[in-house]
Design a protein around this ligand. Sequence first.
Ligand code: FAD
Length: 467
Amino acid sequence: PGEAMHAEVLVLGAGPGGYTAAFRAADLGKKVVLVERWPQLGGVCLNVGCIPSKALLHAAKVIDETHAMAAHGISFTAPQIDIDKLRGWKEGVVKRLTGGLGGLAKQRKVTVVTGTGRFVSPRQIEVEHEGKTQVIGFDQAIIAAGSEPITMPFIPHDDPRVIDSTGALELDGIPKRLLVIGGGIIGLEMATVYHALGAKVTIVELMDQIIPGADKDIVTPLAKRIGKQYEAIHLKAKVTNVEGTPDGLKVSFEGGSAPPTDVFDKILVSVGRRPNGKLIAADKAGVVVDERGFIPVDKQMRTNVPHIFAIGDVVGQPMLAHKAVHEGKVAAETASGQNSFFDAKVIPSVAYTDPEVAWVGLTENEAKAKGIKVGKGVFPWAASGRSLSLGRDEGLTKVLFDEATDRIVGCGIVGPSAGDLIAEAALAIEMGADAADIGLTIHPHPTLSETVGMAAEAFEGTITDLY
Ligand code: FAD
C-alpha cells in the first residue's frame, strides 16, 4: 500500500521502553516515528502503573504515619479524605510527566502518530485511529507494545465492581470490603492504598507466601504487619468462582487456608500481566511470537527478523520499567549502527509496600536451586539507630556472597525505603564488589544505608555493636 510517511526507525508503543528507544534513536540522528494508541505518551508506567501508584502510596504513608505517631505522643484527628481531590492530585502528577514527554519528543523532532498499529508487511505498519487508517513505512522497527492485566474465565470482568490495577488507580470510591486476588507486588501495593483509605482488605494468594519471587525472611516483616492490619490473608488458596449479586460479589474459594464463600463489595484481580505480542499482527512481518505472546529476542534486542527489534514487557520477565528503558537504549543504539548489548547482570525488584520489600541478584532459594554455595551477612534493623528513630524495628538487610570468592551475588532488604537502598547492592554486583569492598566503604551515620555495610561486616565477622 501507499505510504503516508516513512521512518528510518519506527517505534510501536510509547511506554518507558518505547519513548526511551525513540528519543535515543533521534539523538543518534535517526528520523523517528513513534506510534501510540493512547492520547498521551508514557505507556502503562506513567499513565496507569508505576507513577500513579506511587503517588497514592505516598498518600497512604502519610495517613499511616499519623496513626503511628499517636503512640509517640502526637495525635491527629481522623483524616478527612476528599477522594476527588486526591484523584485530581494523582492525575496532575501523571499529566506533568506525560506532558513533559510530549515536549521532549517535539524537541527531538520525533513524529508522534496517535493510533493502533499493526504490521502489514516486513517494512510497513498500518495505523488506525478513529476509523481512519494510514500506512507508515520503515527501514527498522522497534516493538514496545507492553502488556495488559490477565483476566480469568470464571470472573465476571464486565461487572464494574470487578477491577484490575487500572480500575483500582481510578479511585472510583472506597469499598467497605475489598478482595485482592493475587498477593504479588501490584496487588499488595493497591491493598496498601485502599487499606489506608479505609477499606477492609482480604488477600488471596495461590502460593505459600505473598510476593512469591522473594525469599521468605525478606517478606515475613511485611506479612506480619499487614497480617495485623488487614481482614485476612489466605495463602495456598484460590478463587474458584465469582458471582455478581445485588448485595455484592459472592466469591468461592478452594485450597489450604481457603475461607468459606464470602461476599465483597469490590474485587481487584491482580494475578499477573500478559504481553501484547499477539495484538500487532507480527506474523505479517515474519516476527515470531511465542504461544504466551512474548517475542523472543537476542542480546541486541533483535527479533528473528534482523531489522525488527522488541523491548520491554513484550519480550519477557521481569516486567519492569527500568528493564524496558535499558533494553530500549540497546535497541535504538543497535538500530543506529552502534555495537550495543543488553548485558545487565541483575535487575532489581521492589514492592513499594509498607515496609518496602526489595531484592536484587540471586535469592537464597535461587542459589539453592542452582547449586551455588552462598554465605550470608544479615543485619536486623532493630540494631539500626536510624530505623528506631523512624519508629520502626522490623526491617532486615541480607547480603549474599559467593562462598568461593566473597563476591556479592544477591541482596534482599525489607524496611522503609528498601527500594532506594537496593540500588547500592545492584551497583556492587555489577562492579564485582566483595564483602570487604562493601564493609570497608564508609556509609553515612545514621542512615539506613549503613545496614548494607553492616550486613557485609556481619558476613566478614568484623561487625561491632554500633548503633
Ligand atoms: P508499556 O508501558 O506497557 O507501554 C506499551 C505502550 O504501547 C502502551 O502505551 C500501549 O498503549 C502501546 N501499544 C500497545 N500496542 C499498541 C499498538 N498496537 N499500537 C499502538 N500502541 C500500542 N514497573 C516498575 O519498574 N516499577 C513500578 O513501580 C511499577 N509499578 C507498576 C504498577 C502497576 C499498577 C502496573 C500495572 C505496572 C507497574 N510496573 C512497574 C510495570 C511497568 O509499568 C511496566 O514494566 C512498563 O510500563 C513496561 O514498559 P513497556 O515500554 O514495555 O510497555
